[in-house]
Design a protein around this ligand. Sequence first.
Ligand code: ATP
Ligand code: MG
Ligand code: MG
Ligand code: MG
Length: 480
Amino acid sequence: NKRIKIKHLLENPTPEENATVMGWVRTKRSNKHVTFIAINDGSCIQNYQCVADPELIPDDVLRKANTGACLKITGTIVASQGAGQSTEIQAVSIVVLGEADPDKFPIQPKKHSLEFLRENAHLRLRTNTFGAIFRVRNQLSFAIHQYFHEKGFVYIHSPIVTASDAEGAGETFQVTTLDLNNPPKNEAGEIDFQEDFFGRATNLTVSGQLEGELAAMALSEVYTFGPTFRAENSNTTRHLAEFWMVEPEMAFFDAEDNQNLAEDFLQFIIGFALKHCKEDLEFLDKRAAEEDSVKKADQRSDMGLLERLSFVTQNEFVRITYTEAFEILKASKPNKKKKFAYLIEEWGTDLQSEHERFLVEKHFKKPVIITDYPKEIKSFYMKQNEDGKTVAAMDILFPGIGEIVGGSQREENLEKLCQRMDELEISKEEMWWYLDTRKFGTAPHAGFGLGFERLVLFVTGMSNIRDVIPFPRTPGNAEF
Ligand code: ATP
Ligand code: MG
Ligand code: MG
Ligand code: MG
């Protein structure tokens, strides 16, 4: 395969004979003397120009080289006269690898709505916007591994099928091999999961945290980065049923160490994207600015995308407790249009997304780390503070996104943990393996979960989470 990638051709503008370029046609323009074909192979945002002489290239080939068709072009790389491109290929031969009927191929070189493209998720990767998004997504996942690798963390693969609902939120997808039309029943007439593949009821994981804790209690500093599944019945622009989570877990870290790591980590990976995805981010920046509706709805800040990203890498995050956040919200008035209902009545209620967005976008205009939440609104495993009312939790809120990270120092004290589980009626028998970490060589430890798609949303400036994962899973939507 002698194919040269377009990215390589653009970065190495050297004349060359007998070169081969392959890719999909974006546009075709013809006059009597010459046909210009712009092709893209996904290696970068730019198209590459092919110049085809109708004396050399048969008519029927040129006719078939429509938008969407796949071509193999062999020819000579020469300096280009056209603006914005260093070289172009003068075709000696063109092979149409795959035709695309112009009356049927849905992705034409005009601007399609994101909704239309969502309906054509199988082909939207052929657009500049989605090519850019998924290249950025790729660089971000690489940056995550690089960050932890350099810090000596061990990458742990937590299981996809589990028997626990770590968050206790009851949003799990059940996994079963039973014939649900005719399931085995126990004496009480309930489905008998002892007959199931694993000899018990199982579900898709909602978080790798608990397994991450087991690993941290042996390897000290670990992280998981895998798919997680939540049967979220809410249809929001921030929730998917299948999303990826990055979950570092560290022994010997306290709540403050955890906050420091999370801030440094986010700044590193966003900085990495700025450095390694320059062209794609510049394209997405322009796109976001052009998109009128986005501009109006965008509360992120007055800054452009690139500015906003470098701002986050260069400025310390604000750190406040839930109680301080509560006081700020209590003192604020709902604005005239009532677009934001800032008001929060009672200490102890969870922050709604409009509260989070007010704090981040209007009040501080910076990422905010909120700590020490009331224990009632957080999970059982979080370390209980001495006040008896709050836990050592942290949420990190980003402009335009709201919660991007949730984490905490964990309760390492067996007695306190058991007491909390009893209060919440969580079965200690079923969680015996988790409690063993506290029974045998317990240690202070902490960790957090970053919603990977929320990070990609922030970095790409997109506004709907369905647009930053290649094949989104949402209620009623799992076509392929
Ligand atoms: P939210 O309040 O937005 O529903 P959460 O508090 O339920 O989030 P956590 O259990 O704290 O979420 O999970 C850790 C992180 O995973 C969140 O901070 C968020 O970035 C991400 N996340 C949670 N649920 C989803 C989802 N359904 N789709 C995409 N990302 C999610
Ligand atoms: Mg949730
Ligand atoms: Mg939350
Ligand atoms: Mg959370």
